[in-house]
Write a protein that binds this ligand. Sequence first.
Ligand code: UTP
Length: 292
Amino acid sequence: MRKPVRKAVFPVGGMGTRFLPATKAMPKEMLPVVDKPLIQYAVEEAQAAGIEQLIFVTGRGKSAIEDHFDHSFELSHLLGSRGKEEMLNSITSWVPGPGRVSYTRQQEPLGLGHAVWCARDLVGDEPFAVLLADDLILSRTPCLKQMTNAYAETGGVMIATMDVPKEHVSRYGIMKVKRDDGRLAEVSGMVEKPSPDKAPSTLAAIGRYILHPEVFDHLEKVERGAGGEIQLTDALARMISTHPFHGFRFEGERFDCGDKVGFLQANVAFALAREDMRGEVADFVRNLSNTL
Ligand code: UTP
């Protein structure tokens, strides 16, 4: 029987240079969309997909993330004593139970592939998910849950994917596709950040992966690739002929919250999706667009 996906890796060791100066002393993953840090959206998405063990690959200056996923006794006591049950629930309901979260440190930000490799001993010999918190997805069913459902049929390697404009392919890992049923694309090649004239398609990898543990052997061997970083894409490309390998077109809208405009768009979209703020925010956006 296929092993279930029980563990998720959250690489949060990046420098977030596209978001300076906000990220000078604060982790990018703690930037809030409406009222919740990006990393909490990612953790809740993993929890909704049945993930039991959360593995953070952190770096220097990221300790706010560890504090966020711990209990805050003073705050809990204060809210409890004031009878603020709803608020109390909003800071405790998603905190992982004892022993359910582990941290390891990527001493140097050598790239996403290197960050994932740092988690090898914590993952061990089982399939696992990787979630990039700066890719925020607004959907009816959480994206990773959609993927674990599909993975139950396919196994192997699965990467969330979406079509991007041709002029944007150089920002993504791009897939070469063998067969495509509109939801699952069978992948026959992958290239990291190609120029538009060299891209094999416009189908891009988005920050949700289900990976086979063999990827660690390949990560150990790959050389630095695009941007001088150890690229996850390069290690994955070596597994295409030996494992079922799919791009998964998820239902939902993805926002690149590592980018300032993407982050602003996410805030508007997530606020409009919230019943308690939709009316006011919609009025504001409507009035604003009338003045443009
Ligand atoms: P990005 O490509 O967005 O890089 O990483 P970055 O350093 O975070 O941000 P910019 O480009 O300088 O603005 C994608 C994901 O991979 C993680 C990041 O934390 C982010 O979740 N990452 C990246 C690492 O964990 N370690 C790295 O060495 C690089």
